[in-house]
Write a protein that binds this ligand. Structure first.
Ligand code: CR6
Length: 833
């Protein structure tokens, strides 16, 4: 057999043990290798090297340890003819790579000691790494957790995505308002990627299609595109945790094709030729900063088709052996569609099979349906992607034809299944009057469709795709999200990790259910004291980080109350602000005695989509309230708002371990799952939350007494909206709410200028789409319960320990096991270390 090389291209048959040299796993070997990288990789001596030189040399030294296993893993996978999970995702929000690589290859001590001998410090070098911000939020981070788990479970997986040259924008605040700057994350070099321009793939766009007769007299179709670009693969290593397994993440970068360029050049217009190049390269230039809302822009569809066409081509023509019988494709691959962004892969695989490989339509469709599965990540109907038929026809004419045929056959199937019901085929259609509905296409083509938490999957069946679930009930399933315990506990919270390992041994890192063994320790006062000490240390670390990162002063006593997530009205950061304003108003008006206010640090982290005006208003409000509250001596320093700009994975790793309280306060029925909620609970924060998304499962597992539940339930939300919701009446009914809204509207937080937030307050009083005012009183009451619970440190710590002990379920390893069992039917491959 031919085997895949790391680049995915066919290579020589493997000669085990001869193909590569393994690096030495000791201090002396490390130091030698580091110095060689510095001297001959960077071309500098130790004394003349910059911080960046040293970081790059360290990264390359560490990566040697992964590379040798990577080569072995790929050879073995081809030998075993294992089924590969191709995880198609427009976003992978990886976070920094260095620490994870050191952890995976068990080099912690070697690196510390080796650098020490050279007079260097790991923490200084670590800080030099710029994280790849190739995602917006939960969806992109979930993809990163999933590929981490698959590698740790030795399941063959290739993550396929886009190597955006600029990741998610950098956020800063100017007078409290969000400002966006580009994120040139590649500017100082990227030691974690391996470009393979020799395996570039050509991707076509535009033009027309034509029918022709093949040698057998059959009518076939070909696409006559009118422009193309090259996709250059950049491979990243995805190491498993100390299991010798390294999978691949393959990100595509767009390059102008030589042919395209030369045409203009030959015609004598040099400037035009260069313009063509910048045009093509725009495709992978920048990540769309939208989260949970689609961007119907042409460039976005270009990005989607670009990465998906490269990926399908790569797997079929470069990863699989050249003599592979494509009838057996479903035995060798499952393409998992991470939301609707990669759904254009469905007609692309059909096109490849029918137009390029000569399959019959029906045969190709049978294969295609077995090769895809679809994960939906939203409940907001407006967030389901649709593309205009006009745009699709102009950019991808052959794909539109294919989609139309899939749609026609599907409508006929629906008509046959529900005779007499004419509305049904129209409602379920893939091609509507003006748009192509990507979620419908994904549901029709996918072998399975899953939501990301129990409630979400149920609402997906009952509310978002009810007709489809009536037609194919067995197609729908749930896999509740998860997070990787390697990054979000073992690495981010080393203090807690050590405490846990001391108590129950190290097995939890790859078998998170074992955290259950911590339960008895919740009743052990000495353990609880050590647990509190861990929180204190983590708070101090966070305070130092905020000080050096942003010059922010953060007290380390009192409740650290954290709300970190994208800024979105449905997540209800405004409800959190109303709580803060109400406490503040209570003290300044004399309604509350300052000594009765429990000291709290309110920490926010949130980016607003640059085009989302209301979200940006809310950021302005948080900062305005924070500036006023922090500066008012009447509060005696008891309430502090901190809002470090540019929340990212690196900052999350500092904030989450320090949290006492996790704010998960979305309107019930709106947050598909959430994953920050899992990370915080796993790190010993108690949740104050609504009955929404995965909060429900967290509460069920940790127990009601260790969770602060409040707010309307999903059916109550529906009921209230159906009978007509009047937010102003809620404001009038609770004097604390009236006063808080009045205080904002009065200009108290904007130097007396009442106009700044009048629109925001009006919107709450007259629209309040996400029922913040309706849940306000219940939220305040739940916060009182929080204060009361915090007044008993032993009881609080007991609850916190139980949160850790009972959240093993939220490991992404468990989520991956469920995908494997219910959806993928893939197998781990035994890796010889
Ligand atoms: N915004 C959901 O809103 C979920 C993640 C991952 C989201 C969030 O609740 O945890 O996906 N949805 O499943 C989308 O991005 C469409 C998100 O991150």
């Amino acid at each position: 057999t031919q085997v895949g090389s790391p680049s995915g291209a066919p290579a020589e048959p493997p000669r085990r043990g001869l193909g590569h040299v393994a690096p030495r796993h000791d201090v002396e070997g490390f130091v030698g290798s580091f110095m060689r990288e510095l001297n001959y990789g960077q071309g500098v001596s130790l004394t003349r090297s910059s911080l960046n030189d040293r970081y790059l040399a360290l990264a390359r030294t560490v990566r040697h340890h992964l590379q040798s296993r990577w080569m072995a893993a790929l050879a073995q996978q081809a030998d075993d003819q294992a089924k590969t999970v191709c995880y198609l995702s427009a976003e992978f929000l990886l976070g920094r790579q260095l620490d994870n690589a050191i952890l995976a290859s068990d080099l912690d001590d070697v690196v510390e000691e080796g650098l020490g001998q050279l007079g260097l410090s790991l923490s200084t070098l670590r800080a030099q790494e710029i994280e790849p911000g190739l995602g917006n939020g939960g969806l992109g981070r979930l993809a990163a957790c999933f590929i981490d788990s698959l590698a740790t479970m030795s399941v063959p997986c290739v993550g396929y995505g886009i190597r955006y040259e600029y990741g998610i924008f950098r956020q800063s605040f100017e007078d409290g308002w969000q400002r966006e700057d580009t994120d040139p994350w590649l500017a100082l070099g990227n030691p974690w990627e391996f470009p393979h321009p020799e395996h570039a793939v050509t991707v076509n766009f535009g033009g027309t299609t034509e029918h022709y007769e093949d040698e057998d007299g059959a009518t076939r179709t070909r696409w006559l595109p009118d422009w193309d670009v090259q996709g250059v693969p950049y491979n990243y290593m995805v190491p498993g945790f100390r299991n010798g397994r390294v999978n691949t993440l393959r990100l595509w970068s767009a390059k102008a094709t030589r042919g395209f360029n030369l045409n203009s050049f030959n015609a004598g217009d040099y400037v035009d030729a260069v313009r063509a190049e910048t045009f093509a390269e725009k495709i992978s230039m920048v990540l769309y900063p939208e989260d949970s809302t689609p961007q119907g822009k042409e460039l976005r569809l270009q990005q989607q088709y670009f990465f998906v066409a490269c990926s399908v081509h790569n797997f079929i023509n470069q990863v699989l052996p050249s003599d592979f019988d494509l009838h057996k494709l479903p035995d060798r691959v499952i393409f998992q569609l991470n939301d609707t962004h990669p759904v254009i892969a469905v007609p692309e695989l059909m096109r490849v099979l029918v137009d390029e490989k000569g399959f019959d339509w029906d045969e190709a469709w049978t294969i295609t349906q077995q090769c895809f599965a679809y994960t939906c990540h939203t409940l907001l109907p407006e967030a389901l992607e649709e593309w205009s038929i006009e745009l699709m026809g102009r950019l991808l004419p052959r794909h539109l034809e294919i989609i139309r045929r899939i749609d026609e056959e599907f409508r006929a199937e629906v008509a046959a299944a529900f005779p007499g019901d004419e509305a049904m085929p129209r409602r379920m259609a893939i091609v509507g009057d003006h748009t192509v509905r990507m979620a419908h296409l994904a549901t029709v083509a996918g072998s399975k469709v899953n939501g990301v938490a129990e409630l979400h999957s149920q609402l997906l069946r009952d509310k978002v795709l009810p007709d489809f679930s009536a037609l194919w009930p067995e197609k729908f399933t749930n896999v509740t999200n998860g997070v990787t315990p390697r990054r979000f506990l073992r690495l981010a919270n080393r203090n807690l990790s050590s405490l846990i390992t001391e108590a129950i041994g190290p097995g939890w890192v790859t078998d998170l259910d074992r955290l259950r063994e911590l339960e008895p320790f919740a009743d052990d006062p000495a353990f609880r004291e050590r647990f509190r000490e861990v929180k204190r240390l983590n708070k101090a670390t966070l305070a130092r980080t905020l000080q050096s990162r942003n010059g922010i002063e953060m007290p380390t006593t009192g409740i650290v109350d954290i709300m970190v997530k994208r800024l979105h009205e449905y997540k209800r950061q405004t409800l959190k602000v109303l709580h803060i304003v109400s406490l503040y108003e209570g003290v300044v008006s004399g309604r509350l005695a300052v000594e009765d206010v429990t000291p709290r640090v309110f920490a926010f982290g949130a980016k607003a989509a640059p085009g989302y005006a209301m979200a940006k208003q809310i950021i302005g409000l948080i900062n305005a309230v924070g500036a006023t509250v922090n500066a008012d001596p009447r509060l005696d320093g008891r309430l502090t708002v901190v809002f470090p700009p540019n929340y990212d994975v690196t900052l999350a790793e500092k904030l989450i371990p320090a949290a006492d309280l996790s704010e998960q306060i979305s309107l019930a029925g709106k947050e598909a799952s959430g994953t920050g909620n899992m990370k915080l609970a796993l790190n010993g924060a108690l949740t104050i939350g609504t009955d929404d998304g995965a909060n429900i499962e967290i509460r069920r597992l940790v127990g009601d007494e260790n969770f602060f539940l409040f707010g309307l339930l999903e059916p109550q939300v529906e009921e209230l909206l159906a009978k007509g919701y009047d937010p102003a009446s809620y404001a009038a009914a609770d004097p604390r709410l009236t006063s808080a809204l009045d205080l904002i509207a009065s200009g108290a937080f904007t130097g007396g200028d009442a106009s700044v937030f009048s629109g925001l307050v009006d919107n709450l009083l007259h629209h309040d789409r996400f029922l913040a005012l309706a849940d306000f009183s219940a939220y305040m009451e739940a916060q009182d319960r929080v204060d009361a619970a915090y007044a008993d440190p032993e009881g609080w710590t007991r609850s916190a320990v139980l949160n850790v002990a009972r959240c093993g379920f939220f490991s992404s390893d468990r989520a991956m096991r469920e995908y494997i069992d219910k959806i993928w039917h893939a197998q781990p491959v035994v890796t010889s270390l």
